[in-house]
Design a protein around this ligand. Structure first.
Ligand code: NAP
Length: 253
């Protein structure tokens, strides 16, 4: 039974591992035994993630890269194999929400959001899938959102990207699951990160979001550890094409 959650010998690539949810997932997967490639732009912050993982007895390495241009995603995907060999697990956690009101959205800000949140996850996965297929086992884990199914103010491109991430996840599962590659998404509720600083800085808004959950509080990053390990591990071999809400029951009410 223990093997169900064991990632020893697996290589995981986690984008957005320099902070927040990506960092939490990188630490969780390393704790379960995976060698973790941590991908983002900020070299110093990535080094800190690698240090945290090493301190806990895990193995990790940084890959510095800008994922905002999906035309470049194939090149960065190739570099993800440098530290430990081809990734068996891809976690697409890099993302932005520019929080612009509709009238302030520009073609550039629209394209940037859609490229990083939606297009890059597809092109990274498509580049890494052939090697996963050759090994007969792989995992793609995307990060969806409450905004995959709900509208929030000043978030049109973000909401559009996250709605699409949910459908991309199902389409990936349709295409790749028969080769042993399961594709799922985690849809977090409200978690305190750099991305949600504006929400958590507003005590009233944070409290309102907490009240909307069934559990009665907002997320803590460690609430994501279990689901990340589950979706990466043999325990979820027959789970694919699913959007798993980790939101304290926010969407149940
Ligand atoms: N926090 C929440 O409540 C919440 C809820 C639902 C969904 N999510 C999703 O969770 C994911 C992670 O968000 P977070 O809340 O953890 O936010 P965060 O702390 O701001 O993390 C975002 C990550 O994305 C990376 N990133 C941003 N632009 C990048 C680029 N151009 N190239 C490469 N990496 C880039 C950042 O690293 P660098 O700056 O070092 O590049 C950082 O590691 C996002 O997809 C977000 O939509 C978050």
């Amino acid at each position: 039974m223990q093997d169900l959650f064991d990632l020893t010998g697996r290589v995981a690539a986690v984008t957005g591992a320099s902070s927040g949810i990506g960092q939490a997932i990188a630490r969780a997967l390393a704790g379960a035994g995976a060698s973790v490639v941590c991908v983002a732009r900020r070299e110093g912050a990535l080094a800190e993630t690698v240090r945290m993982i090493a301190e806990a007895g895990g193995e990790a390495a940084p890959v510095v890269g800008d994922l905002a241009d999906h035309h470049d995603a194939e090149r960065i995907a190739a570099t993800m194999a440098d530290p430990f060999g081809g990734p068996d697990i891809l976690v697409n956690a890099a993302g932005i929400n520019l929080r612009q009101p509709p009238d302030a959205i520009t073609p550039e800000s629209w394209d940037r959001t859609l490229a990083l949140n939606l297009s890059t996850p597809f092109f990274l996965a498509r580049t890494l899938v052939p090697a996963m297929r050759d090994r007969g086992w792989g995992r793609v884990i995307n990060i969806a959102s409450l905004q995959s199914s709900r509208a929030f103010p000043n978030s049109m491109p973000y909401g559009a990207s996250k709605g699409a991430v949910a459908q991309l996840t199902r389409a990936m599962a349709e295409a790749w699951s028969k080769d042993g590659i399961t594709c799922n998404a985690i849809a977090p509720g409200f978690f305190p990160t750099e991305l949600t600083a504006a929400v958590f800085d507003d005590a009233e808004a944070a409290e309102r979001n907490a009240r909307q959950t069934a559990i009665g509080r907002n997320g803590r990053l460690e609430d994501l550890h279990g689901v990340a390990i589950f979706l990466a591990a043999p325990a979820s071999d027959y789970v694919t094409g699913q959007i798993i809400h980790v939101d304290g029951g926010f969407t149940a009410k």
